[in-house]
Design a protein around this ligand. Sequence first.
Ligand SMILES: [Zn+2]
Length: 264
Amino acid sequence: MAFALTWLPTVLKNARLKVAEEPGWPNRGHGDVGTIKGVMCHHTAGAKTGNMPSLGFVRQGSDKLRGPLAQLCLGRDGTFYVVAAGKAFHAGPGRWQGLTTGNSSFIGIEAENTGSINDPWPAVQMDAYRRGVAAILRHIGQDQSMCCGHKEYRLPPGFKNDPTFDMDQFRRDVAAILSGTAPILPPIPKVDSQARPTLRRGSEGNLVKEVQKNVGFVGDTVDGDFGPLTEAAVRRFQRAQGLVPDGIVGPKTWVALDGVAAPG
Ligand SMILES: [Zn+2]
């Protein structure tokens, strides 16, 4: 039988967030959760490249601490990966708002970030983080005060530093979403001024080939299939161009690609 948090994908999708369900997630967990009272924010301290390189680790854990290590992962492009519907080992001993049952009472979100000041959080990822937390809090009937950072919950103080962003500001931003006063981040347009479609992982065709050629694609072939290697190459290109490295070829990235395109 599935565990209790089977509502997670629906709640996130209804908030118009990108959701990827990891195979087996409804039955994954260290037993079931208790009554969920809040959300705990983490960062993975994982690899610097890739959208969600820590996904396998969060699902499986290690010999020391078996997975799942969170119910949700959040990739650099703002995609939520649903890992588990049951209890996850993410909190450790600590306290928030009088609660000391972190793993039973809080949904854990592991967002991909190295934890270094040299790894700024992409706007698209932070926007999804705030909106995802707000959607969950609204669903469980709690306000922003029931969202904490692992660094705020975990005892002894200073034992954890995740997530690196300011949690007081994060809660203010979540409160603005809950009250309907937050500005809506404009979505990436579906086409640019030349009617070229926004391309991302899973896209196929001749325009993907064009991207692969111009982005310095180093995979086996220019095959027109926008897979993980193409995505990684797009991120490298975007970083070098001073763009948000979200791995999505939208209008701004198309313009940058035009600037490096080989003639003919
Ligand atoms: Zn953590």
